[in-house]
Ligand binder design. Structure first.
Ligand code: AHR
Length: 490
């Protein structure tokens, strides 16, 4: 029989809740018409969409990255502060749009504080300079009576915003980026930006723009960044997007194997470079853009349509497996940001009258709301499948977490079989189940089913429960589903 064996004493690392982060960019209808729509009957007194806000609350995101993305590489943060009527509209060259700048730093931070999430700001390391970056830190976090601090106060914020997370640039390794940088150019810029930003506020955490192009320069970039800025930066930022452009379910379901390779390689790279550079401080990984994106991806020759991608059930499975990956790599991945949060390749989709929840909303919500603080080692034995690129891929993709305070085990299982329910024996090497097991399952009638405004419940989460004592239980995981089993232990 298929089996999952769990050792609750074998930790794979402490899970940082920041792996459930989000990302909001000035792109299409993410900000305007997404989270912000002053004048709409659905908006609150600050112009934030109440309905969107409620669904975002369900996702329980600990931090949100802003304002880009490619957008940030041409962004002047000063254009987005001060009285709204005096703000300068600008052409955004990244997405070829007109940016009114009526939503900027203070609106974003207000939004985050309301949502009880931390702001993560990315600075312009494209056509921007380190003076602007440093001034932005000062504007947000400064306490001395400087020009920028007084500006913030004049703009209605007497107290510092205390923005903890700051990214330096976005996808600087991509030729599509405004101000693309060679490995040498970025390592230099990173070091100088990081230096002055930390001189303004030594408590901030810095994220370097490490990899978005996975085909070349990965090692050289890491080497130069760590050699030059290893004592200044806190995270190395990785980006990836995956998809099913050839409409091949098995190949799509095996994509996490490739992501596993990338993450393991990058972990090894950081370890080797820390050793070489005698760095004793940790350097974490932030996967600060990840998701499914292929139907509206310009690099795949698709019309961009404001990146308004409609997701189906198979995409939800792939989102869940990426969360499994972050849990498995909890020892090194200390932040991850699903890109994005509303309308633009997002779990929430609006129109002026309301919104619906895309299929990918449900696994994210499930994991974010149930995940424990310790990643556990699991041993899985199931049937396997092979594709052109991967062989021996297990049908069940499994992780488990422990909530030490509640003595609660959560087992996450993605059944990537298109046709078969899989009966599985789940056993604990130590400890016992303590009765009630709450089971949540994300599924729909077939792998291609989507949610829409007209049919918003094609994919959703259903609940059931079972009783378990002793150290073994048996459960049948539905075909093409994501399941979380929340088990109390004794
Ligand atoms: O999230 C959409 C875009 O994807 C971002 O602007 C960019 O960083 C990435 O290429």
């Amino acid at each position: 029989m298929n089996s999952i064996r769990i050792d609750i004493n074998r930790s794979k690392g402490i899970i940082d809740r920041n792996i459930f982060g989000g990302f909001a960019e000035h792109l299409g209808r993410c900000i305007y018409g997404g989270i912000y729509e002053p004048g709409s009957p659905l908006a609150d007194e600050d112009g934030f969409r109440r309905d969107v806000f409620e669904s975002l609350t369900r996702l329980n995101m600990p931090l949100i990255r802003y304002p880009g993305g490619n957008y940030v590489s041409g962004y002047r943060w000063q254009d987005g502060v001060g009285p709204a009527e005096e703000r300068r509209a600008q052409l955004d060259l990244a997405w070829k749009s007109l940016e009114p700048n009526t939503f900027g730093t203070n609106e974003f931070i207000k939004f985050c504080r309301k949502l009880k999430t931390e702001p993560y700001l990315a600075v312009n390391c494209g056509d921007g300079d380190m003076r602007e970056a440093r001034d932005w830190v000062e504007y947000c976090n400064g306490t001395q009576p400087t020009y920028w601090v007084k500006q913030r106060q004049a703009h209605g914020f007497p107290e510092p915003h205390n923005v903890k997370y700051w990214g330096i640039g976005n996808e600087v390794d991509g030729p599509w980026q405004i101000g693309y940088k060679t490995p040498q150019e970025y390592a230099r810029a990173l070091t100088e930006f990081a230096k002055v930003m930390k001189w303004i506020d030594p408590d901030i955490k810095l994220i370097a723009s490490a990899v978005s192009v996975w085909e070349h320069d990965v090692v050289e970039r890491a080497q130069l960044m760590i050699e030059q800025a290893g004592s200044l930066i806190d995270y190395l930022g990785l980006h990836w997007y995956v998809g099913n452009p050839t409409d091949d379910f098995a190949t799509y379901m095996a994509i996490p194997e490739m992501l596993e390779e990338r993450l393991s390689a990058y972990e090894g790279l950081i370890r080797a470079l820390r050793l070489d550079n005698k760095l004793t401080r940790p350097l974490w990984i932030a996967v600060d853009e990840w998701n499914v994106w292929y139907r509206t991806h310009p690099a795949l020759g698709k019309p961009m349509n404001n990146l308004e991608e409609f997701y189906n059930l198979e995409d939800a499975l792939v989102v869940a497996m990426q969360l499994n990956l972050f849990i498995r790599h909890a020892a090194s991945v200390k932040m991850a940001n699903i890109a994005q949060i509303v309308n633009v390749i997002a779990p929430i989709f609006t129109n002026p009258n309301g919104h619906f929840l895309q299929t990918i909303f449900f696994p994210f919500e499930l994991y974010s709301r149930t995940c424990g603080n310790v990643a556990l080692d699991v041993v899985v034995e199931t049937e396997t499948f092979s594709t052109a690129d991967s062989s021996g891929v297990q049908l069940l993709d499994v992780t488990a977490t422990l909530d030490e305070q509640r003595n609660q085990l959560v087992v996450y299982v993605v059944n990537r079989s298109q046709a078969d329910d899989i009966e599985t024996r789940l056993s604990l090497l130590e400890g016992y189940f303590a009765g009630d097991v709450q089971i949540s399952t994300v599924n729909g009638k077939d792998i291609k089913v989507e949610n829409t405004f007209e049919t918003p419940n094609n994919v959703g989460t259903t609940q059931t429960s079972m009783n378990a004592d002793g150290s073994v239980l048996t459960y049948t995981f539905e075909a093409h589903s994501v399941t979380a089993m929340v088990c109390s232990l004794t």
